[in-house]
Design a protein around this ligand. Structure first.
Ligand code: CFM
Ligand code: HCA
Length: 467
């Protein structure tokens, strides 16, 4: 049975269904998730636009991102995430980018009159104007939002008309916030739109028997480049990335891959399923957080492509480089109590590695928007007695910090300063501190950040006796 845990939830008894404490003998495995946030809770979730544009298409380097909305949502037109890109395109040309794709972002800045009389005229003007400004952009991606969804602007029709007029892809992403309960809906809509509109529309310059697509890897702080290095060194060819450091064309030829690897399984399994169904390309769910998962997954790929020896060389080289140092960090960190709160997947990717490879004690895991399959993984990977929370609110978080006094929390920017206020170190597990955090060297970076944060002298200067 789910357990009631928080004092604060006396006011919001419905929260009980979103809180679970692992007891192996429990028959009731359900946790309420992927549902509307309970009124009265100050959720930490984002919206469908955040999940679609902020997370997925925001990582694509050579497109204009145009958000059709009043000015507030246009936060997501800019590169709000730490997604670095390289200027090289698959056709050998280079694309003029700054490091975080900040330039090619536009919004329609809707005003009251547009809401009353419709915003499609303004949208067309914005498409034409942004294309004039940056004619070298490979495509224009347009996102609808709550306002333009509600007034019923036909963004699909405008994009279709503009595609013909401009002779380049103008793609509609219908991501009004109210279309779902969290970022998760934006992932799904974006997967569907890329598949329907783009996949299968272009052919890659060349193909090999070792072509793979790296799906659901967004290159946070260079994560994708770490994986790209391992995979290319063992002889694989990365045909497309969805969507870290990706170019528009790559998305159009994802159907030519021999095997798709799904890294973030919450945001991108949809497109892997669709590609498998229509084009027969199989996919594997992969995990490269930590050294053990890296070893396992590189070996699995080695077996799949007959590159066993090559995989071993990569493993030996990169695992070898971090082994000793990681041992030292494990000795230093053993027994430290940690709470992981991510969008979802990182809470289950990291729970075993942090315990096994760094000796940390995971006391709670939480997620903003995981679905049942993700919670099943969370339940399977934490030990007896661990608290699992769905869509926790700020007050629960504060209570958890004050009651359990973790040594560290791994969470986002909103939670970080709440933890600091209570004298608890916090690391950003979304956009990282000193990433990349994936792969062998990434896991070492994470260990260093954890150690440095827990041991920062500042915590000794704080007096919490008076609390
Ligand atoms: Fe996948 Fe992501 Fe994540 Fe995610 Fe996110 Fe993210 Fe996250 Mo922040 S796609 S689910 S919607 S791994 S933005 S890059 S870090 S909550 S755990
Ligand atoms: C989002 C993006 C986010 C926010 C992270 C944070 C990200 O949810 O819209 O709160 O620090 O990873 O950038 O999840």
């Amino acid at each position: 049975m789910p357990h009631k845990l928080f004092e604060i939830d006396k006011e919001i008894p419905e929260r009980e269904k979103h809180i679970y404490i692992k007891h192996c003998s429990d028959e009731d495995n359900e946790i309420d998730c992927n549902k509307s946030t309970i009124p009265g809770c100050m959720t930490e979730r984002g919206c469908a636009l955040a999940g679609g544009r902020g997370v997925i298409t925001g990582a694509i380097k050579d497109v204009i991102g145009l958000v059709h909305s009043p000015v507030g949502c246009q936060y997501y037109t800019t590169g709000v995430k730490r997604y670095p890109s390289k200027p090289q395109l698959p056709n050998g040309k280079t694309f003029p980018i700054d490091n975080f794709n900040l330039k090619y972002s536009f919004g329609t800045d809707l005003k009251e009159a547009n809401v009353v009389f419709g915003g499609t005229k303004k949208l067309k003007e914005a498409i034409i104007e942004s294309n004039k400004e940056y004619p070298f952009a490979s495509a224009i991606y347009v996102n609808s939002t709550c306002t333009t969804g509600l007034i019923g602007d036909d963004v699909d029709a405008v994009c279709k008309e503009m595609t013909e007029e401009l002779g380049k892809d103008v793609v509609a992403f219908n991501t009004p916030g109210f279309s779902g309960v969290s970022q998760s809906k934006g992932h799904h809509i974006t997967n569907d739109a890329v598949f329907d509109r783009l996949v299968g529309t272009k052919e890659p310059p060349k193909t090999t028997g070792y072509d793979i697509c790296l799906i659901g890897e967004y290159n946070i702080d260079g994560d994708l480049w770490v994986l790209e290095k391992y995979l290319t060194e063992m002889g694989l060819n990365i045909l497309s990335r969805f969507s870290g450091d990706a170019s528009h064309d790559e998305l159009c030829w994802m159907h030519r891959s021999k095997l798709n690897l799904v890294r973030c399984q919450r945001s991108a399994t949809y497109i892997a399923d669709l590609i498998e169904e229509k084009y027969g390309v199989p996919y594997k769910k992969v995990d490269f957080f930590s050294t053990e998962y890296c070893d396992d997954n590189l070996r699995m790929l080695g077996r799949y492509f007959g590159l066993e020896e090559e995989a071993e060389v990569v493993i030996e080289k990169y695992h070898g480089e971090v082994k000793e140092e990681l041992k030292w960090y494990k000795e230093q960190l053993s027994g430290k109590k940690v709470y992981i709160f991510s969008g979802g997947p990182k809470s289950w990717h990291l729970s075993i590695p942090l315990e096994k490879e760094l000796g940390l004690d995971i006391i709670a895991v939480a997620s903003q928007f995981e679905h049942l399959d993700g919670y099943d993984k969370m339940k399977a990977r934490v030990k007896e007695g661990t608290t699992i929370l769905d869509d926790p609110n700020s007050l629960e978080l504060e209570e958890l910090i004050l009651t359990n006094k973790p040594d560290l929390i791994l969470a986002g920017i909103k939670e970080k300063y709440l933890a600091y206020k209570h004298g608890i170190p916090a690391i950003q597990i979304h956009s990282y501190e000193n990433g990349p955090y994936i792969g062998y060297e990434g896991f070492l970076n994470l260990a260093k950040d954890i150690y440095n944060n827990i041991n920062a002298p500042v915590w000794e200067l704080m007096d919490f006796e008076s609390e």
